[in-house]
Design a protein around this ligand. Structure first.
Ligand code: FAD
Length: 279
């Protein structure tokens, strides 16, 4: 149907981004194709070392799922998005497709090195999240394509992750966010690590330099501080109603360190509640 209607038609999933945009007259699609009830895109599973989430899984269902118990960073993200009303309607597929630089899933999925499955008339293709999010509000989707699935490797047993969105109140978008996923050998030696800052520029901010700096080393507060500085160098948080650039930089560093320590504790087997932090 989307293909038949052409480029001026848009899919409508949870409507939690698209409907406000229409109300503000910031877009004028010729047609809306309601995909929210397509039964085939609501699944979540964890089989053969791969986690697959259907594009129409809502934030609320992901937050309460067994997946979030197995991979706590997913629950940190899903349960921190807005309030229960938005979480019960908004979908992970809609969030990545909107590519809002303040949204949580695009940033979070960078730490999990996720692939986005895009399906169009000619078949489906897997696009790395790093290539999928091209700029603010711009993705690699081409006319008529739908995001159908988000998938990533199941993190190994010796790993842990954490994510925090820092915001004024539940229904506000985060002013800053940070995520860390790592795996450790004995004595807190970092085997693998993935870092991200969100709401810190037009796209989620990553740094291969900061990750390489940590790999193979025993993680200490001093080392994490240095990695935070490298990561912050790559960020460019905009001044807006959520705070000045300097305020956001300070918050990015503070929550980055918090999630890094939480990820280490979780990798060591500790059960730690996560979620957003409020001003
Ligand atoms: C008050 C409020 C507070 C919010 N706070 C937060 C927050 O703290 N953190 C956060 O991350 N988000 C927040 N959001 C946004 C929310 O998470 C949205 O649910 C999400 O951004 C979009 O998902 P959706 O399913 O509602 O998509 P929709 O609004 O239906 O669609 C968004 C865009 O993606 C396209 N689209 C949707 N699904 C697909 C698909 N499968 N394939 C291709 N294109 C698709 C649509 O055409 C549209 O352009 C908030 C929203 C509100 C209203």
């Amino acid at each position: 149907m989307l293909n038949g209607l052409g480029d001026t038609a848009k899919p409508l999933a949870g409507g939690q981004t698209l409907i406000p945009i229409l109300k503000l007259r910031m877009d004028e699609p010729s047609d809306l194709v309601d995909i929210a009830r397509l039964p085939a895109l609501h699944y979540m599973n964890n089989n053969d070392g791969v986690i697959r989430i259907g594009a129409l899984a809502t934030h609320g269902r992901i937050g309460k799922s067994d997946l979030s118990k197995a991979v706590p960073i997913l629950g940190d993200c899903a349960n921190g998005i807005a309030d229960a009303q938005v979480r019960s309607m908004g979908t992970i597929g809609g969030s990545v497709s909107a590519a809002d630089p303040s949204c949580d899933w695009p940033a979070l999925l960078h730490v999990l090195n996720a692939e986005i499955i895009c399906q169009g008339e000619k078949g489906s293709r897997a696009v790395s999240i790093r290539e999928f999010i091209q700029d603010s509000y711009t993705t690699a989707l081409i006319g008529g394509e739908l995001v159908t699935e988000i998938r990533f490797k199941t993190p190994p047993a010796n790993s842990g992750g954490a994510y925090i969105g820092f915001k004024k109140a539940a229904p506000a978008y985060p002013a800053a966010s940070a995520g860390v996923q790592l795996s450790l050998a004995g004595d807190n030696v970092c085997q693998e690590v993935s870092l991200v800052l969100g709401a810190a520029g037009p796209r989620p901010v990553t740094s291969a330099e900061a990750e390489n700096f940590l790999r193979g080393k025993t993680l200490t507060a001093d080392l994490l501080n240095q990695a935070a500085e490298i990561l912050l160098e790559a960020s460019d948080p905009p001044a807006d109603s959520r705070g000045s650039s300097d305020f956001k930089r300070a918050m990015l560093k503070s929550i980055f360190l918090k999630v890094a320590f939480r990820a280490i504790e979780r990798a060591g087997g500790e059960l730690i509640e996560g979620g957003p932090e409020y001003v």
